[in-house]
Design a protein around this ligand. Structure first.
Ligand code: AMP
Ligand code: MG
Length: 327
């Protein structure tokens, strides 16, 4: 079967076909409010193995299980702590992934052999409709090849994965644009493993106890790599005041693209302008599409002026730092 994007608001037939593809052990691309996911039946190790093969992802990197409700989440975990329950009530459906002790129904293929499982109830109506039609947990990483920027529209999924995916449900462009907040609920205090739209401060407020915002540092789990989410161009993160000089310097090496919240005066005339990216929310929503646009222009460098480190700006800065690391 070849990949094709179904209509923008998938109808009942498209959803039924996608659910049936999952039941047959095939892969389905689907929209969430964060980024597009590459889904497989979480109970089927052979289907899960196809996810790793399609992405070119090392098999010890755990996947997130997507479910339709907190009730379905409980079936995947040994125990949902009161703090986890409170976060589920406050933020599900939504861009929050909880890492908890797993139950026996979750295969090793999903968790990379760990004794924990990552679970999320996504908020996108198409994702929820798919999960309900399928009636089980869908293991899904972002629908990009390993190490590449996450896809934020259906066409990106087809470009990344081609025929490896049986079908892509088109739910339009993603609202949030960067991946979910991942928080490890098995540690005391709970620890943010990956920053996202929901901040450590918001989590802490709901549970009435500290949450560690420790998001950088060495990889806590395989898949939390220093270098990740990277376009083909090299990324250099600079302050607004240094952007014009950096762009002029790097212009000697090839095409330079620039992303910033506001217009940068004094850029070289042939610089590719990827912005204005807008405020931190706009920046997040446009980030990966801007990476892809830079690559389409054949840019050698991306000069990025990050948004302030507030709210989702923390997560945008994390992705920019990872995109610029280790190249
Ligand atoms: P992605 O597959 O691109 O959506 O990324 C999923 C993220 O969730 C990765 O960074 C994983 O390391 C993380 N993750 C998934 N399961 C676990 C787990 N059991 N423990 C810690 N992190 C996890
Ligand atoms: Mg990913």
């Amino acid at each position: 079967m070849s990949a094709h994007a179904a209509p923008r608001t998938p109808d009942a037939d498209a959803l039924a076909a996608a659910a049936s593809a999952l039941r047959d052990g095939n892969l389905v691309g689907f929209p969430t409010e964060t980024v597009y996911g590459l889904g497989a039946d979480a109970r089927d190790p052979a289907a899960v193995a196809r996810v790793f093969a399609a992405k070119g992802r090392p098999s010890d990197h755990p996947l997130i299980c997507h479910v339709a409700s907190a009730g379905d989440a409980r079936a995947l975990v040994a125990l949902m702590s009161p703090a986890a329950e409170a976060l589920a009530v406050a933020f599900w459906p939504g861009p929050l992934t909880l890492v908890m002790a797993r139950s026996a129904v979750v295969p090793d293929a999903v968790t990379g052999g760990r004794d924990t499982v990552a679970v999320r109830v996504p908020a996108h109506p198409v994702a929820l409709a798919l999960l309900r039609a399928f009636g089980g947990a869908v293991a899904a990483p972002s629908a990009n090849r390993f190490g590449r920027p996450s896809p934020t529209c259906a066409d990106d999924v087809v470009d990344e994965l081609g025929d490896a995916v049986a079908m892509v449900l088109d739910g339009g462009p993603c609202d949030i644009g960067i991946e979910s907040t991942v928080v490890d609920m098995t540690t005391d205090p709970p620890q943010v493993l990956r920053p996202g739209r929901i901040s450590a401060a918001q989590l802490s407020q709901v549970i009435g106890a500290p949450v560690s915002a420790e998001a950088s540092g060495p990889a806590r789990a395989p898949g939390m790599l220093e270098s990740h989410y990277a376009p083909g161009a090299q990324v250099r993160v600079v302050d607004a005041a240094d952007a014009a000089r950096a762009a002029a310097e790097l212009a000697g090496e090839g095409i330079v693209a620039v992303m910033a919240s506001d217009e940068i005066p004094g850029l070289p005339p042939d610089a590719v302008i990827l912005g204005p990216m807008g405020d931190a929310d706009g920046y997040a929503a446009r980030l990966y599409a801007a990476f892809r646009r830079a690559d389409a222009h054949g840019a050698r460098w991306i000069v990025a002026v990050p948004p302030p480190a507030e709210g989702i700006g923390v997560a945008v800065r994390d992705r920019l730092a990872r995109a610029s690391a280790g190249r």
